[in-house]
Design a protein around this ligand. Structure first.
Ligand code: ACO
Length: 327
């Protein structure tokens, strides 16, 4: 007897060149570097150039993930792009990425779960691969979040940045009893009754505009740690592990205080937590794969490691995925 497992084969990331520091923001809104760092941990963020779109960031990250997996686009038969900032209302940004990668076979679609999008996309790719709908997938989180900000609203405009991260995953048949590898368990959750705590004040069928990010910051903060802990503990229980067995915790990078609070409540020491929020700010669905990419590239995450991904965001949505890392 064999079982199907979804293994991570490669990781890539891409950040637009332009860096916007807190000091620069001080010149345009009533804020200070000290306030932003103390409340969020954010020191700077990257901003996409004029004419540089979400699909461009996604395509760069995808190419790097393919190179790291030693695969070509011909090997891929599924692309999922998690994004809240698509190039166009339609077609899906995934279809535009497919075009930029020169791929006309397989499946491509977007996943809209705001900051939880990448974790949702990983669980979705895992299901597609385990059900035989595809064999190898590019799972991408990509955002030009700075394009839906109200740059006069200091309570939100200091928090977000642009970027993309991608992984290549592959379905592999393992003998029953073989050492465990790949995605071990995932949990996804949403609670639409909370939507007004974090949303855009516009959209295609309401205002005919994109709208801007609106957030009840304190309310989001109040719910975040509990929701994260709920799914992380659930995934650990599903896979038969405890928090002290984790090698790495790769959280959504919204706010340093939320990350610290969640790590503490779950029981993960700070030295096992990957942090990029200081350099990237909150890149929504791109934050988890970019953090993952950084920790794999610098050699912290190694084959055999037990890695927990988690995210929460607008909706509310939240989720976690546990991976036994492979080569
Ligand atoms: N610079 C200076 N002062 C500011 C700024 C700013 N950028 N933003 C708000 N303030 C002021 C407020 O106006 C308020 O002033 P007042 O007391 O005179 O009214 C004061 O600072 C305190 O504001 P609070 O909203 O109470 O500040 P808080 O400590 O809650 O921090 C923050 C705000 C950072 C947004 C926090 O609530 C938070 O982190 N929330 C979580 C939300 C989050 O991270 N969202 C990211 C997107 S969601 C996601 O990805 C999951």
């Amino acid at each position: 007897m064999t079982i199907t497992r979804t293994l991570v084969r490669g990781v890539g990331g891409y950040l637009p060149q332009r860096i916007l520091t807190n000091q620069e923001l001080e010149k345009t809104v009533d804020t200070s570097h000290e306030w932003i760092v103390q409340r969020t941990g954010i020191e700077q963020r990257h901003v996409a150039a004029e004419g540089e779109f979400t699909s461009d960031l996604a395509t760069h990250a995808a190419k790097r993930a393919l190179a790291s997996a030693k695969m070509s686009i011909e090997d891929i038969d599924l692309i999922i792009v998690a994004t809240t900032t698509p190039d166009l209302t339609f077609p899906a940004t995934a279809a535009l990425v497919q075009n930029k990668l020169g791929m006309s076979h397989g499946i491509a679609f977007d996943m809209q779960a705001v900051c939880s999008g990448f974790v949702y996309a990983m669980a979705t790719a895992d299901s597609y691969l385990k059900n035989g709908l595809a064999k190898r997938a590019l799972v991408i989180g990509a955002e030009t979040a700075t394009r839906i900000l109200d740059w006069e609203d200091r309570t939100t405009c200091v928090l977000f940045g642009d970027g993309a991260g991608a992984v290549v995953v592959e379905a592999v048949q393992l003998d029953e009893g073989a050492p465990e590898q790949g995605i071990l368990a995932s949990r996804l959750r949403s609670d639409g009754t909370q939507w007004e705590k974090l949303y855009t004040d516009g959209g295609v069928s309401t205002t005919g505009t994109n709208g801007h990010v609106r957030m009840q910051g304190k309310e989001v903060f109040r719910h975040a740690v509990g929701m994260i802990t709920d799914v992380v503990d659930g995934v650990l229980a599903d896979a038969g592990y405890t928090a002290d067995q984790l090698d790495w915790f790769v959280p959504h990078q919204a706010n340093r205080r939320i990350i610290d609070g969640a790590g503490k409540k779950v029981g993960i020491p700070p030295e096992k937590v990957i942090i990029t929020v200081n350099k990237h700010a909150n890149t929504s669905a791109a934050s988890v794969p970019m953090a993952l990419n950084e920790a794999v590239a610098d050699g912290r995450i190694k084959p055999g490691d037990l890695v927990m991904l988690e995210a929460m965001g607008g909706g509310f949505t939240w989720g976690a995925t546990l991976i036994r890392w492979t080569d």
